[in-house]
Design a protein around this ligand. Structure first.
Ligand SMILES: [Fe+2]
Ligand SMILES: [Fe+2]
Length: 350
């Protein structure tokens, strides 16, 4: 039976919106509230529709996402026309919300802003506990500090201009990137990858933790449109610096240092002295680094399976054009695409 046979289409939408745990608020271009669902009304203590027409900043202060002197996220979204996702805001009752702010555009005109919010208090507490446990494994507070202050950027690439538009700043992106890389490695380990001759768990973990410590990121804001080659340093240079840091300041084993040094080299660019025995680990490192970069910048899920020394990866992206399944033979380096697109077109690690 079709749903509209039960209730009228308008009523159905109202039922759906009010059954959601996520809060939903619609603002007009002047930031007056046009609609709230039940979850939003409950959170903000409205028992009827007296919220309609209230000004978001003046009357609903608890939900504003302040950023010192900068425009609020909502104003940024209205000005840029670009959505911002995953903005965290702690409320007066100490609950933590993750909010998405999406512009409502119809026929090229900005009609307002849609806010959705999810209570992530319990999830964030678990994350915090895991982060604390992970921080204990880092060699010292300088490494932790560097990772937590190196931003990463979620962006949108325009193939016509070759430029990217910054969508979101991940302030502790360096840290998230390492945590995601270790999570991927743990998932691969469950598939048996560390049983392979040539894949050393401890060495790869060290290389993953240290590999981007030599990175220096530009300071960008959402809405900035930049040419990546002009604002981001050539990746090989941070790899060289990272290798120096790992070798001389933290006395990492020589093999981990070599993987860090060449982690942005394509395989054909490797120097002749790069030993074969490191290549399976080098290839695995690059797979993990690339997938973690994509996950850290948002919206990708990955699945793996391992057959002998061939790793099969399936990516499910927020941008479906990047979806695809591909294989890499960790011993020979040969890659095979099983479904579109080419893995080389997936978000590269910077
Ligand atoms: Fe890197
Ligand atoms: Fe990286």
């Amino acid at each position: 039976m079709k749903p509209h046979a039960l209730v009228s289409p308008g009523t159905l939408l109202e039922h759906v919106l009010n059954s959601m745990d996520e809060l939903l608020i619609v603002l007009d271009p002047a930031l007056h509230v046009a609609y709230m669902n039940r979850a939003a009304r409950d959170l903000l203590n409205f028992h009827d529709d007296s919220y309609v027409g209230r000004h978001f900043f003046e009357d609903l202060r608890p939900l504003i996402v302040p950023r010192s002197n900068r425009p609020t996220v909502i104003e940024e979204v209205l000005a840029s026309g670009l959505p911002q996702r995953g903005i965290r805001r702690r409320l007066a009752n100490n609950r933590l919300l993750s909010m998405n702010v999406v512009p409502l555009v119809e026929n090229g005109r900005k009609r307002g802003v849609l806010l959705t919010g999810q209570d992530i208090t319990d999830l964030a507490r678990m994350e915090e506990e895991l982060d604390l446990a992970f921080a204990l494994t880092l060699p010292n507070s300088k490494v932790e500090h560097k990772l937590k202050t190196t931003p990463e950027y979620a962006d949108r690439y325009d193939p016509v201009t070759g430029k990217i538009t910054i969508l979101r700043v991940i302030e502790d992106g360096g840290y998230r990137h390492v945590v995601n890389a270790l999570r991927i490695f743990a998932a691969l380990r469950a598939q048996g990858v560390t049983q392979l001759i040539g894949i050393e768990k401890d060495l790869l973990v060290q290389a993953l933790i240290f590999h981007d410590l030599g990175k220096s990121q530009p300071n960008l804001r959402p809405g900035d449109v930049v040419h990546p080659r002009e604002v981001f340093e050539e990746s090989k240079l941070h790899a060289y610096r990272g290798a120096d840091i790992a070798e001389h300041m933290y006395k990492l084993p020589a093999d981990a240092v070599e993987i860090i040094r060449y982690h942005h080299h394509a395989e054909h660019e490797l120097p002749a002295h790069f030993p074969w025995r490191l290549k399976p680990m080098f290839r695995l490192f690059q797979v993990i680094d690339g997938l973690s970069a994509a996950i850290t910048r948002g919206g990708v899920e990955v699945q793996f399976s391992l057959h002998d020394c061939t790793l099969r990866v399936t990516e499910v992206n927020a941008r479906p054009q990047y979806n695809g399944t591909w294989e890499i033979d960790l011993y020979t380096g040969s890659r095979k695409r099983l479904t579109q697109p080419d893995p080389a077109s997936a978000t590269p690690a910077r």
